[in-house]
Design a binder for this molecule. Structure first.
Ligand code: NAD
Ligand code: AHE
Ligand code: ZN
Ligand code: ZN
Length: 369
């Protein structure tokens, strides 16, 4: 079949709307008609050329929701008409990672996914016979996408896809990092660096956990109002101080926070986030994605004296078994999504979504197909 997709032809170039050929789903694969997709900073990161796994030409996008249009041979857990969220972290249930009970990082299709290919090593997208690469196993910036069965979460049929698409990455990542990775508890103090879709979701998670103090940090003060709405108790702009932000937070909290979250992808801020944690027990969670060649550093003494550095991917959430519950938590009012959708637009305007993100004017733009 043919459909419309936004194609990334090369690093730093605007996306181009093209008519692409989409091959039928093969064994273990599913054709999804996309209804909506968010635009996450990671899409911009890969488009910038900073992503070591970035590969072009490709169809980006990983925060989508849609409807099953066709299934390939052997697909047993999904049928035509099911509503689904594509997962960039699959859940096969059988690999060493899935069986470990220690991680959500299923590796069943990760290798080919990182090469922009389906598990059989080929692409389902092409233009004039030339293959176009998949992205993160999802490629949601396309009217239709082919996704492995194990990379689709079946969700409640009544969930509004133009909202719950954001559970495909940003909101789940932030809430999950707080509740699953850090395991923040009632009364804990937290600091959240970067108040985009991820940081605001961490704030939401911290409020759900009953954190006593939620310190929100950003250099763009226009983000503070929404941070307070989600439950931030303090908003801090590091530029307003002539000392380091870690010193500021340590002073504000009698020695440092119990947990911090880096939601930017800036390795200097990652250091600040670690060093604002309390001696003896403070834990810092890296969520932000940093470019090729970037490295983190701190004095080993920071770790010797009890601070812990961790990372979190997709909030530690196992997509097939746990994401449907997040969707239901939205439907029953436990998770907020609506305020994150600051802009909506058709696929043709997708480059505006990237501009809004880079100018710091949007939290999430949702593309409606
Ligand atoms: P965003 O662009 O919407 O938000 C980033 C925020 O950081 C902005 O508000 C910006 O003003 C702020 N910021 C930038 N530099 C800063 C600085 N020096 N100090 C303080 N604040 C600063 O991005 P997003 O979509 O929320 O994504 C955030 C990061 O999380 C990105 O790196 C993205 O790639 C990553 N991410 C990781 C995962 C994961 O599973 N680990 C999932 C989604 C996104
Ligand atoms: N490809 C990059 C890393 C990108 C990255 O860390 N991705 C996150 C999800 S970001 C979603 O917005 C992730 O889940 N990573 C785990 C994984 O398996 O990719 C690089 O540095 O090579
Ligand atoms: Zn994302
Ligand atoms: Zn697995």
């Amino acid at each position: 079949m043919k459909c419309k997709a936004a194609v990334a032809w090369g690093p730093g170039q605007p996306l181009k709307i093209e008519e692409v050929d989409v091959q039928d789903p093969q064994a273990g694969e599913v054709l999804v008609r996309m209804v909506a997709t968010g635009v996450c900073h990671t899409d911009a990161f890969t488009l910038s050329g900073e992503d070591p796994e970035g590969i072009f030409p490709a169809i980006l996008g990983h925060e989508g929701a849609g409807v099953v249009e066709a299934v390939g041979a052997g697909v047993t857990t999904l049928k035509v008409g099911d509503h689904v969220i594509p997962l960039y972290t699959a859940e096969c249930g059988e690999c060493k990672f899935c069986q470990s009970g220690k991680t959500n990082l299923c590796q069943a299709v990760r290798e080919t996914q990182g090469k922009g290919l389906m598990p059989d090593g080929t692409s389902r997208f092409s233009i004039n016979g030339e293959p176009i690469f998949h992205y993160m196993g999802t490629s949601t910036f396309s009217e239709y996408s082919v996704v492995p069965e194990i990379s689709l979460a079946k969700i409640h049929v009544d969930a509004p896809l133009e909202k719950v698409c954001l559970l495909g990455c940003g909101i789940t990542t932030g809430i999950g990092a707080v509740l699953n990775t850090a395991k923040v508890e009632k009364g804990d103090t937290v600091a959240i660096f970067g108040l985009g879709g991820i940081g605001l979701s961490c704030i939401q998670g911290a409020r759900m956990a009953g954190a006593s103090r939620i310190i929100a940090i950003d250099i763009n003060e226009s983000k503070f109002e929404m941070a307070k709405q989600f439950g931030a108790t303090d908003c801090v702009n590091p530029k307003n101080f002539d000392k380091s932000i870690q010193e500021v937070i340590v002073e504000m909290t009698d020695g440092g926070v119990d947990y911090s979250f880096e939601c930017i992808g800036n390795v200097q801020v990652m250091r600040s986030a670690l060093e604002c944690c309390h001696k003896g027990w403070g834990e810092s969670i890296i969520i932000g994605v940093a470019g090729a060649g970037q490295e983190i550093s701190t004095r080993p003494f920071q770790l010797v004296t009890g601070r812990v550095w961790k990372g979190s991917a997709f909030g530690g959430v196992k997509g097939r078994s746990q994401l449907p519950g997040y969707v239901e938590d939205y439907m029953n009012g436990k998770i907020e999504i609506d305020p994150f959708v600051t802009h909506t637009m058709p696929l043709e305007q997708i480059n505006e979504a990237f501009d809004l993100m880079h100018k710091g004017e949007s939290i999430r733009t949702v593309i409606l197909f």
